[in-house]
Write a protein that binds this ligand. Sequence first.
Ligand code: DAH
Length: 366
Amino acid sequence: MEQLDQQQTETLAAIADAATPDAVEAIRVAALGKQGWVSALLKSLGGMTPEQRTSEGPKIQGVREAVTAALASRKAVLESAVLEARLAAETVDLSLPAPEMPKGSIHPVAQVMDELAEIFADMGFAVASGPEIEDDWHNFTALNMPETHPARAMHDTFYFPDKDADGRSMLLRTHTSPVQIRTMLKEGAPLRIIAPGRVYRSDSDATHTPMFHQIEGLVIDKGIHLGHLKWTLETFLKAFFEREDIVLRLRPSYFPFTEPSVEVDVGYTLVGGKRVVGGSGDAADGGWMEVLGSGMVNRKVIEFGGLDPDEWQGFAFGTGVDRLAMLKYGLDDLRAFFDGDARWLGHYGFGALDVPTLSGGVGVRS
Ligand code: DAH
């Protein structure tokens, strides 16, 4: 009997000393498991006389209950200590400030270039490009503006001081038209391309910046005529300004690289003193403004592009991207485009996810 008391005392002490839930479990197995000493005692009751059983039974049951209760309470204490430790280690500080809103926006010029690429892609035009540092031949000569041509003077060209290895004068391209030549020479015909990009002229005032953006268009195919040009420009301008009441006026003009050449005006309506594109320019509250230069590609230019002008014809057009952006989004200061003022960009810029699509609207602003 004493032995039983002692065993209980030792077991309860061991339980109180157990440092981990695993240690508690080991004691439980040693006492109450199948081979445990308490289980063995309980089994021994079967071999006792009824008298022995009456006297020993309650004691053995008492030991079992005492050990079971001690195990359960120690286990609970240790498990809550483990939980406390985990909670202390795995902190999530819910008082941290929320991440900042993403900064940056898409510049209106980039937005309009994306819109143009989307609109022309729908008409089967690919996007082509050429270098901003051009040679004299691609920028002028091959576009039918030879050495002495007066149109060269109109371009206020930035020349580089040195000629290139082949003795050509190098310059910052004054327009995107040299991409016409480069693309014909590289890809041949038929062709349907637009070429948006930066151009440079030594010119600076309220409405001119030394660097600005143009987009060039070129179609070369068989049997191309002025009707194709007019339809293409009308379809483009309707999609760009997102209105059906776009009215065009084609005026005869002169560009060395086109013959015949036409300047394209678009009708506008005065709304609260502002010119809004749309409606006939001949209406009482309307007027015309020039938006594009264009024409049928000059035979000489087709030849410079390495093609036979008796076989291939085409039309071309060019316009200012900055101006298109100003007209569409009602911006009135060209110089602000190049100031890099974050507040201006925050106000007039576009969200990076507002990708222009024809189905979603080419000029959505969120
Ligand atoms: N290159 C001309 C300029 O810079 C614009 C232009 C006019 C382009 C007529 C063309 C065109 O392709 O056909 O002013």
